[in-house]
Design a protein around this ligand. Structure first.
Ligand SMILES: [Zn+2]
Length: 113
């Protein structure tokens, strides 16, 4: 089978496709960054960055990305003031590294499309 040359008209809209996949995964139900990374084939650390962009584009649709904050399994500390979407490394109160990661979901306009 002959090999097709790579298209030269610019890169495919991969980032937009990824965000669409993230959005679909989140519309199916709440998920952690790790679950999303497996769903869409991203590294976990890259999911947060795409989610930040997705959150902005969702606003135009009347939707909202909701983040359930990470919590410390050991003492129950809630990482409420954490603005980043990544999982914290350790609890500032008890130093435990047993952290329940943040859970993401989409709220708002429900008709899919
Ligand atoms: Zn703790």
């Amino acid at each position: 089978m002959p090999r097709d040359p790579l298209p030269s008209s610019g890169p495919p809209p991969r980032a937009a496709t990824l965000r669409d996949a993230l959005r679909r995964a989140l519309r199916a139900g709440p998920a952690t960054a790790k679950e999303l990374s497996m769903d869409v084939g991203l590294r976990e650390r890259d999911v947060a960055e795409h989610l930040a962009h997705l959150a902005r584009s969702l606003e135009h649709r009347g939707e909202k990305l909701v983040v359930e904050p990470a919590t410390c399994v050991a003492c129950g500390f809630v990482f409420e003031d954490r603005s980043r979407l990544t999982r914290p490394g350790a609890c500032p109160r008890c130093r435990s590294t047993r952290i329940d990661p943040p859970v993401f979901r989409i709220e708002g306009a429900s008709s899919d499309g």
